[in-house]
Design a protein around this ligand. Sequence first.
Ligand code: NAP
Length: 186
Amino acid sequence: MNRHVFRLSQLRMIVAMTRSGVISVHNKIPWQHSGDLTRFKALTWGCPVIMGRKTWDSLGHKPLLNRANIILSRREKLETTAGTIAPRSHMQTSVSMFYDIERALGFCGARHNGTIWIIGGAEIYAAYMHLVSAIDVTYVPDNINSDTPGAVLFPPIPEAFKEGFEQAHPLNPKLTLAEYRWNRPV
Ligand SMILES: NC(=O)c1ccc[n+]([C@@H]2O[C@H](COP(=O)([O-])OP(=O)(O)OC[C@H]3O[C@@H](n4cnc5c(N)ncnc54)[C@H](OP(=O)(O)O)[C@@H]3O)[C@@H](O)[C@H]2O)c1
């Protein structure tokens, strides 16, 4: 891996999940809780966001504004509606596709000094789990069993990650924020 163009401390994951680890059911997120998208937008604004092709599909192929949208896929082509956001020229929105996780990181690191966000889904979380320095979790109160048909689960968090804090979401007290950190030796 090219370690010259990014630092592992730049890499963070962000996810909303149930306590049973469910992140979606039948390719849709089965909840809507006010405040969490607002927080997601504020944290990721202006930063590269790396996602899997299925998550890109679930966004309707519409890039997240003012963020470099990095899609991982082994396909030859990617569907996108990126052209429709071009007039908002003050926004630095872009869509790029990569075949492997390291090239995606190299691309982000060469253009951005700040946080690079891994935004899902489960396959992409699993692929980057050994590289990120922190996992930012929103626990939603919804009761969805992990064996629900069509449920997609967040991968197990390795023991190397320690829970830094757990606190009520500042924008919605029904939600709980948690952070898991992996403090690697420098
Ligand atoms: N609750 C949350 O916070 C949250 C956040 C994000 C997503 N989600 C949900 O998660 C679900 C999708 O998760 P998912 O695990 O099924 O799919 P995903 O991780 O979004 O995408 C999987 C796809 O990514 C590509 N891919 C995976 N590993 C790769 C690698 N190492 N190199 C290159 N490409 C790679 C492949 O695309 P190709 O098949 O094109 O080759 C694969 O099919 C959606 O329903 C979405 O709503 C939830």
